[in-house]
Design a protein around this ligand. Sequence first.
Ligand code: SF4
Ligand code: SF4
Length: 391
Amino acid sequence: MNTRNLTELYNGYKKTFLSECAECGQCVEHCRVVPFLDRRVDAGGGIGGLRRFLAGGEAGAETKLLADACMRCYGCAGDYCPIGMDKLLLNELYWRENELRTQEKPYSRKQYVFHEERMRRFTSPEEYRRITEPKIVKGAEFVLFPGCNVYRQPEKVLNMLDLMDAVGIPYSFLPGISYCCGQGNRGSRGDTDWSQEAGEKLIGKCLETGARTIVFWCPTCMCHVKYCMERYFPEGLPLRHISFARYLNDHIDKLSFPMAKPQKLTLHEPCKTAYLGIDLEEVRRLLLSVPGTELVEMEHHHENTVCCACRAANSLPETGDRITAARFAEAEATGADKMIDVCHNCHWVFMNYENAGHHTGIGTENYVTFLADACGIHREDTMKIPLDRQD
Ligand code: SF4
Ligand code: SF4
């Protein structure tokens, strides 16, 4: 594999930022979370503080706030910055510096304890093996990779596998948890060596299966390929990559929907793929393939969509709740019977908001659950299991 060194690239970005940034503030203005913050943040505080921090000083409250509030929505990606930066890249430099100073190496600790606990709780031993063991089918064109984070909702991985089986084309399977795209510069505290190592391990294993196409379930993996992996794979990934939704659309003639019923739906698409212009129509096409489906759009959709709150929901819960409430209000205003989400993490954020007792006015369901149901594959959504049945 022909790769460049990601850490060296980031060292170069840091050098450019320190020597050339004019503190014009455009990157802060492009940040989608700023309007939802409790306080006004100005470029001098936010960006000037980051420059001081990267030069060896202290960061300051505004810089930390901007980094903490980041939803990793990719809404600030673009070519507006005169020196080729964007706010997300600056946040990554912040977390990377933080990691270098504290010498924290979170990924050397045992990972995915919570995922493991929920997988054990919500799967039978046979299902557990099915979603955690690689399946290599020699000669198969496709390899399915669900990503790691969806394992907190293991029924979605099982639904994916059942839908792949219903399509009937042989495929290999690489489990998340064992493999990772390497996204998580924030979660890994910006450990670029770890990120590149994880990404190369995944792609190397895919090539080893003999597959020519990797099918990603996770929108974050798709974005990570475009935003980060293509930095260290300068010629692009050495195999084709498509989303799970696109795979199903390409083989929709092999699926039938005997349990479909008339429903009016509205779609909350993953903001990150929408902002990066990836797969804007794939899930819409899929939903409309199910007989009886009517689709109505919310006020914000396609490239103009908004985030569910994502990471902000964890690091700044009050800000996160404001963002999630705004999204539910838009969905309710469409008059749809239900909202469909695409990314398991949006589903996680929405369901946690609902499970905390907030009024939403409309329910939400993940598209893989919706499709599986329409095909006659029924599994309970683990996010909807009452808390007294979760033990
Ligand atoms: S947009 Fe670019 S030049 Fe302007 S403050 Fe941000 S990093 Fe600096
Ligand atoms: S990824 Fe989203 S929240 Fe994070 S800095 Fe960019 S626009 Fe702001």
